[in-house]
Design a protein around this ligand. Structure first.
Ligand SMILES: Cc1cc2nc3c(=O)[nH]c(=O)nc-3n(C[C@H](O)[C@H](O)[C@H](O)COP(=O)(O)O)c2cc1C
Length: 191
């Protein structure tokens, strides 16, 4: 069952909290919305503190790579007022959905957060033909966020596989995202 813009399953969005952006999954099972947040991220820290998060619908592969490993400039964010609470979204999002966020379970390694819809807006939707290059950048980036911590060779092989697909099926923006991803991996795994 869809909840507003979020269809059933896991949507990989760019989550914004207080002037921070990161790719995150939002889980929609039978209309109930959750995030599983690994401890240590700015997103987890901000959500625990402020109890809101915004899902940004973005289709730029470079943004997925950059926000997974780095910060965006302050002018990438704009503020939205929701009943007196200021929340942050990405200026260039095609759509956004804001949620109240309550910690439901708290573990040593992760927390589970339940989301309740506050407001959503479609700003400037464009058509995005299904492209395996874009999907592969998302996949390679997920694996890379784990690889730089674990150096697990299996993750390394998955990154290579998805990088080859991104090269074959993507366009200029996917190739730029791939170069950026390779730089982050090299910088973060240098001895
Ligand atoms: C597509 C994608 C989905 C991700 N989903 C999650 C997630 O659901 N939970 C999580 O804790 N980290 C997730 N990550 C990893 C975070 O984006 C990564 O740890 C990031 O550095 C956190 O940034 P922050 O410290 O600015 O919050 C995901 C990464 C990617 C590329």
């Amino acid at each position: 069952m869809a909840v507003g813009l979020l269809t059933e399953g896991i949507s990989e969005v760019i989550a914004t909290t207080d002037h921070n952006a990161a790719p995150m999954g939002i889980i929609n099972r039978n209309g109930s919305l959750h995030m599983v947040l690994f401890r240590g991220s700015h997103t987890a820290r901000n959500i625990v503190r402020d109890r809101w998060v915004v899902a940004n619908f973005v289709f730029d592969p470079v943004i997925y790579v950059r926000t997974a490993f780095d910060d965006l400039p302050m002018d990438a964010f704009v503020s939205e007022d929701i009943d007196g609470t200021a929340v942050c979204r990405l200026r260039d999002a095609e759509a956004w959905a804001a949620f109240a966020a309550d910690v439901e379970r708290s573990g040593d390694e992760s927390i589970v957060v339940r989301l309740s819809p506050l407001k959503e807006e479609v700003l400037g939707p464009r058509l995005h033909p299904v492209n395996r290059g874009f999907a592969s950048i998302v996949e390679a980036t997920v694996h890379a966020t784990r690889y730089v911590k674990s150096r697990d060779p299996w993750l390394g092989r998955l990154i290579e596989h998805h990088s080859a697909l991104a090269r074959k099926c993507g366009g200029a923006r996917e190739r730029e995202a791939l170069e950026l991803l390779e730089r982050y991996i090299a910088d973060l795994t240098r001895e």
